[in-house]
Design a protein around this ligand. Structure first.
Ligand SMILES: *Cc1c(COP(=O)(O)O)cnc(C)c1O
Length: 390
């Protein structure tokens, strides 16, 4: 029988060395030596597997990648210094001038900049489609569409895309489906089960989960990973062994952390729905979420992010955030510490007013990444800030 998620995230690890250490050692080495010329030749010729240089592979990054690949139900992977390095390398390795990308409109801010400013320079075009209008997707697929890139749930709109439906669409049109699974993590959803070819992560968020390091990873189909590995090996976005060592350890506690993130987030969402100063609350597992049924179908729990719109627009949102005492005012998410973000003035400030409106980022929108503090203390801080901001 295949072992459970919790067990795999702990027990997939490098073989012990002769020292019989219980915790995997850290390999701070830039290169590895060859037994002789013949072995060096065979390694470079890809005839045997082994480490050559830490830009290509390192025992710590390999352990982290193997764990991620298995937790995401895929075959292979590569780890990157940041989530954006992973996203860029997925595009860079698989797309060429003249290709087209279909993407959901609600995307992480830097991914949007990549598509609109960087890939555009090289003649790679894109079309945005709305998550909640699936009819438009098929019409937007062109002859030169090579990749569909989506986030579900999206940031900060918390819009969902039906992965089962999308898996069928991508199969029909024979395009690569690449899912940014950062918000859900493999604990809550595994897009490969629905036919996703690549799953991309910012490991900086829930995977590290403690706001310490940056990291990214792509896992997926072996043939595609071969091209991504080639691109990464020669462009140099590799994850550092130290960060890989930390991230592999972080995965050991992902399941218990996600359970508590979700429990706290759901409780906060329910509390916010009852507040008269709150116009709208969004959380995938609240029955009021427009895609509640889909959320229940494809996610194990609702995730750690809650968004709400405070009445009174930008001025009230600003007063609310400035009145926060315990929680952290920051743009990051997926931390043990609850974080409070004002997307319109920070993470999504580079979008035009029109682009923001299109993805639901109104001036009064507040995003909470619900941490692991006691839920009563999280709610107490939000309650006092709501009162003070009146
Ligand atoms: C943070 C984030 C990224 C970028 O990851 P970095 O590690 O900051 O480079 C990409 N996608 C989503 C959904 C994110 O939240």
């Amino acid at each position: 029988m295949e072992k459970h998620f919790e067990t795999r995230s702990i027990r997939i690890q490098n073989k012990q060395t002769e020292n019989r250490e219980h915790s995997v050692p850290l390999y701070l080495t830039s290169s590895f030596t060859f037994e002789n010329t013949e072995q060096g030749r065979a390694l470079f010729a890809d005839e045997v597997e082994g480490n050559i240089y830490s830009r290509f592979s390192n025992p710590n990054t390999s352990e982290f990648v193997e764990k991620m690949a298995q937790l995401e139900h895929t075959e292979d992977g590569f780890a990157f210094a940041t989530g954006m390095a992973a996203i860029f390398s997925g595009f860079g390795a698989l797309l060429q001038s003249g290709d087209h990308v279909l993407a959901c409109r609600s995307l992480f801010g830097s991914t949007h900049q990549l598509l609109t400013k960087v890939l555009a320079k090289w003649g790679i075009t894109h079309t945005y489609v709305d998550a909640e209008k699936p009819d438009e997707w098929e019409k937007a697929i062109q002859k030169n569409t090579k990749m569909i890139f989506v986030e579900t749930p999206s940031n900060p709109g918390l819009e969902l895309i039906d992965l089962e439906w999308l898996g069928k669409l991508k199969k029909k049109h024979n395009v690569v489906l690449n899912v940014d699974n950062c918000f859900a993590t493999p604990y809550l959803q595994t897009p490969a089960d629905f036919g996703a070819d690549l799953i991309t992560h910012s490991a900086t968020k829930f995977i590290d989960g403690q706001g310490r390091v940056l990291g990214g990873v792509i896992v997926g189909r072996k043939d595609l990973m071969k091209e991504i590995r080639f691109f990464a090996r020669h462009t140099g976005p590799a994850l550092s062994p130290f960060n890989a060592w930390l991230l592999s350890k972080s995965l050991e506690t992902l399941a218990v952390r996600m359970e508590r993130h979700c429990e706290n987030a759901f409780a906060l969402a329910q509390y916010l729905e009852k507040q008269s100063a709150v116009e709208k609350v969004k959380y995938p597992f609240l029955p009021s979420h427009p895609q509640y049924v889909l959320a229940k179908k494809q996610m194990k729990r609702g995730g750690g992010i809650v968004t709400f719109v405070v009445e009174g627009g930008f001025e009230r949102a600003k007063r609310f955030i400035d009145a926060i005492e315990l929680l952290s005012i920051t743009a990051n998410l997926g931390d043990t510490r609850t974080t409070v973000t004002h997307p319109a003035s920070t993470t999504h400030a580079k979008l035009t007013e029109e682009e923001r409106r299109h993805v639901g980022i109104v001036p009064g929108l507040i995003r909470i990444s619900v941490g692991l503090e006691h839920i009563d203390d999280i709610i107490a801080d939000i309650e006092q800030a709501l009162k003070k901001s009146k």
